[in-house]
Design a protein around this ligand. Sequence first.
Ligand code: NAD
Ligand code: ZN
Ligand code: ZN
Length: 396
Amino acid sequence: MRALTWHGTKDVRVETVPDPKIVNPRDAIIEVTSTAICGSDLHLFDGVIPGMEQGDILGHEFMGRVVEVGSGSSLKKGQRVVVPFTISCGGCFFCTSGLYSACDNSNPVEKQDASEAAFGHAMSGIFGYSHLTGGYSGGQAEYVRVPFSDVGPIVVPDDLPDDQVLFLSDILPTGWMAAENAGIAPGDTVAVWGCGPVGLFAVQSALLMGAGQVIAIDHHPRRLELAESLGAKVINYRESHVAEALLEMTGGIGPDAVIDAVGMESHGLAPDRLLDRAKQAVGIGVDGIHALRSAIHACRKGGRVSVPGVYGGFADSFPTGAVMQKGLTLRTGQTHVQRYMPSLLHRIAEGEIDTTFLISHRLPLEEAARGYQSFRDDQNSWTKVVLKTPASGWVG
Ligand SMILES: NC(=O)c1ccc[n+]([C@@H]2O[C@H](COP(=O)([O-])OP(=O)(O)OC[C@H]3O[C@@H](n4cnc5c(N)ncnc54)[C@H](O)[C@@H]3O)[C@@H](O)[C@H]2O)c1
Ligand SMILES: [Zn+2]
Ligand SMILES: [Zn+2]
């Protein structure tokens, strides 16, 4: 089959590789129709996530048709499914508590040592995302093996096209969980750093949850325009002083909740961000937390800080003082995708949520490498790339 494989920093290639096979009874093989490139994939492309190996197949946002099932799968051949990026067993303490991204059984024991050393505990397996999370082959491919297929994939009705449901695999539940973690009460002001896919879905979710005012922050005009079209007020951080603008928009109090949908690759020329970069450049592996610092700084006293943005290491100058003194609550995590899929699918089917506004480019899988480069280099106009395989019937 054809698949997108990783060969090093900024080197991904579509190659012919062996087809996946059923390995365990609960596996299913999915013939992929649509698969998206994620901001998290760019961390692999940029070589900032350790634990990648030559030839790894990328992709954790994908959907398609079931073509083969093991004896323990609950799926049936021919069903259309969207697959969550987190791989979860469904039976461990964490899965039964709804904490699917903390599954204890999907990240093989021999892969757990490195993440245990870094985090204290190993996290779940993730498709197409480093050997620290299991080294599972991803779905930017014609076929993919889905472990625990009786727990993860959600069957979608044939009348909902791929582009409407694909984002159930990651970014829509991630935006939703980000808003949920912000603990929004009706009428609240919520500020969202980053208008990438995660930030935009967080904006949409916060408004659905009853926020009175959502303020979105970025510097890409096109992305800010999309946030505005969803109903947010916007701040371009290149043109305005974010903290001052937020005070002005909240009667001098600050937002009730703040969401960091940027993560460790925050941009900008703020001194604290340049210091993080300088330390990274000399090999001190610190997470760039500029966006998180400014979110914590701006949040009102007693407010909530929600962090869907990904961090992987350690941070310098983390504002412990502001968190403690202002009595902030901080909630974060890899998304427990399986927990949110059914209700979000229902909202899509009812027409309450549209996700297609986000897609700026559709490309054949063969052009995936170009998609990565452009999504990375031209964030303003490349808001989300969906790759189509021949099985999708898409003709461009
Ligand atoms: N928690 C999860 O399970 C989960 C799932 C998916 C993605 N993520 C993470 O969420 C984050 C966002 O993902 P995405 O796909 O939207 O990424 P993206 O790279 O497309 O978007 C990030 C946006 O942040 C903006 N930005 C950068 N610096 C900023 C700053 N200082 N202030 C305001 N905006 C700034 C960029 O201009 C960009 O538009 C990433 O860290 C990604 O890895 C987390
Ligand atoms: Zn993703
Ligand atoms: Zn589990």
